[in-house]
Design a protein around this ligand. Structure first.
Ligand SMILES: [Zn+2]
Length: 249
């Protein structure tokens, strides 16, 4: 009964009976590199010595696309390293996260979806940073909801999540150009997730938190980029030195 042998089953498509190409193990770029379990960066330039936690008056809630979660180049995770109060939710189109829904109903928070104001159909929900100041003056904790993914994924999350439809939309107004070097941005004005958080924290008056996250982001960038070149950083960069000083104090 040659048709029932396991090898024949594996090599043929069960639906069509057509032979299939031999399976090859999928390997992501850099998957052979030995990584630190603490920071998920290549061991050559581990980020762990520079991890500093700070407090902020605002909260960051990340709504992360499932394809983004396990990418070592994702910068959303840097935010939680620095600000332990950060909430991270995986976005699924059909099932909203229960905890996120509960937080959205919590009267202690004033949630804002961070998204550009380039479409007319939600113009009435668009606010400026002064709305954040007003929320703080009213005793609320501002919560910035960051849609963590590629530009296309973020737009999809924004459009396909009914529970975001009633929230205020805060476009990030900044002159900053991206310093992210691990993926090529479509435009220098496209900031990565950690950079968006840095600018929001600063605009909210969380100056120290913004600075520490910015330094940690630079340390991540420099460590990762050096490891891709198979170089060991000889000395801490200025951003790394500032983080080390903070850690000692
Ligand atoms: Zn590490």
């Amino acid at each position: 009964m040659p048709d029932d042998t396991p090898s024949d089953f594996i090599d043929r498509d069960p639906a069509t009976g057509h032979p299939r190409p031999p399976r090859r193990e999928f390997k992501a770029r850099g998957s052979s590199v030995e990584r630190c379990p603490g920071c998920n960066l290549p061991r050559l330039n581990c980020l762990c010595p520079y991890r500093v936690t700070v407090e902020s008056t605002a909260r960051i809630w990340l709504l992360t696309h499932p394809l983004e979660h396990h990418k070592p180049t994702n910068t959303g995770r840097l935010i939680r390293d620095v600000l332990p109060d950060t909430e991270v939710f995986t976005w699924y189109r059909t099932t909203p996260d229960e905890r996120l829904l509960t937080l959205l109903e919590d009267p202690r928070y004033a949630p804002f979806v961070i998204f550009p104001d380039d479409q007319p159909d939600y113009a009435e929900r668009v606010v400026g940073i002064d709305a954040v100041t007003e929320a703080r003056a009213a005793g609320k904790v501002p919560a910035f909801i960051l849609l963590d993914g590629t530009w296309r994924q973020a737009r999809r999350i924004f459009r396909k999540s009914a529970y975001l439809d009633s929230l205020l939309v805060l476009p990030l107004a900044t002159e900053r150009l991206t310093r992210y070097r691990l993926r090529k941005p479509a435009s220098a004005a496209h900031l990565c997730t950690a950079e968006v958080a840095v600018e929001l924290l600063r605009q909210n008056g969380d100056v120290l938190a913004g600075q520490v996250l910015d330094d940690y982001f630079d340390a991540f960038n420099d460590s990762y980029a050096a490891s891709r070149r198979f170089e060991k950083l000889e000395a801490p960069t200025p951003a790394m030195q500032r983080l080390l000083l903070l850690k000692k104090s």
